[in-house]
Design a binder for this molecule. Structure first.
Ligand SMILES: [Zn+2]
Length: 344
């Protein structure tokens, strides 16, 4: 009993300690430094031409929680499950380590065990005459990445029954399939993020795919030619309800200011060098005929989660702010039966 009381006292002290700076931020003469703990309105809702995503000037703010529905099939032979609960938990911790600093938290709501073999990517290729059945163009619109993409129709009836339009739906897949996800502004029946089961616990790719689900583009988005400006019109429908940012860098490229120019491998003819530093950075491509770019020629962030470089692992505060903006977008907008419900 004594021990319990002391734990409780400690918690109260912690709450007081945590609350104190927030109160100071609200009541005291506010500074313009980026060190404020913001209220919910500032952190999640308020945008303006100067601050086109909510909470750009906030160091911290209220965290919100998204619930996950995770679909697990058996392997291609129909024997073992593709992933176990421990690895799922570990993978969600990894995802949270990237998104928690920006007020975004994921929890597991439900695992749907689908007692069927996951389709083998080879089978699908063999069946197709020229065209791969059911695959989605992975060039950019759906935010997808390398490899053939499984289609929703291949996932079976149990998937369709278990799909939760209020949650984040994750499909575990076998090796060989490319991961992909869906941007929130396209209207569709099923918004899924597909990830590789075998590396879910260790790879940044699931976090990358969730980045697309939360409205983050690749760092090289709309930037394949360094001499052409990208613009709002190229970002399609979501910008129609947006404002026009004061800072140009928020309306070009990936619509993020803090990510440096990145054209990945698609401007080497123009730059006269190849944009990747290591051949392993481009598993989907043949080695380039060009020499590697110097930092002066091309210096993208190779650690940014939304790049395709091998060290991708982190997002910037303005990417976090953009993700918060689209979480609220998904909460407010009913899209073809889908409407995100946050965990209270
Ligand atoms: Zn991607």
């Amino acid at each position: 009993m004594a021990e319990r009381t002391s734990v409780r006292t400690t918690s109260i002290l912690l709450v007081l300690l945590l609350t104190a700076p927030i109160l100071a931020g609200c009541l005291g003469g506010s500074t313009n430094d980026i060190d404020e703990a913001c209220d919910e309105q500032e952190y999640w809702f308020e945008i303006s031409e100067d601050s086109p995503y909510p909470g750009l000037d906030c160091e911290t703010g209220l965290s919100k929680t998204l619930a996950m529905t995770i679909f697990v099939h058996r392997d291609n032979e129909g024997i073992d499950w593709l992933i176990n609960e421990t690895s799922i938990d570990t993978g969600i911790e990894l995802i949270n380590s990237i998104y928690n600093p920006y007020g975004i938290h994921f929890v597991l709501d439900e695992i749907i065990w689908i007692d069927e073999a996951f389709p083998d990517v080879q089978d699908e290729e063999d069946e197709g005459e020229g065209e791969k059945p059911g695959t989605i163009n992975n060039s950019n619109e759906d935010g997808g990445d390398f490899g053939d993409q499984i289609s929703v129709s291949q996932l079976g009836d149990v998937f369709a029954e278990g799909y939760n339009p209020a949650n984040v739906n994750i499909v575990m897949q076998s090796i060989g399939w490319g991961s992909y996800s869906m941007y929130p502004w396209y209207s569709r029946e099923y918004y899924i993020s597909t990830v590789r089961a075998s590396t879910f616990a260790t790879s940044p790719v699931p976090s990358h795919e969730l980045g697309h689900f939360l409205g983050l583009y690749h760092t090289h988005q709309f930037y394949d030619d360094p001499n052409s400006d990208s613009d709002l019109a190229r970002a399609f429908i979501w910008t129609q309800d947006w404002l026009t940012p004061t800072e140009q860098c928020y309306s070009t490229g990936d619509f993020i200011c803090s990510t440096p120019y990145d054209c990945y491998i698609w401007c080497e003819e123009i730059l006269g060098c190849t944009a990747n530093a290591y051949e392993s950075d481009r598993p989907d491509q043949e080695p380039s005929e060009f020499a590697n770019c110097t930092i002066e020629q091309h210096n993208p962030s190779r650690t940014n989660l939304m790049s395709r470089y091998s060290d991708r692992s982190e997002i910037t505060p303005d990417q976090g702010a953009r993700a918060r903006y689209f979480i609220e977008f998904m909460v407010v907008n009913e899209r073809n039966g889908n409407q995100l419900v946050l965990v209270e």
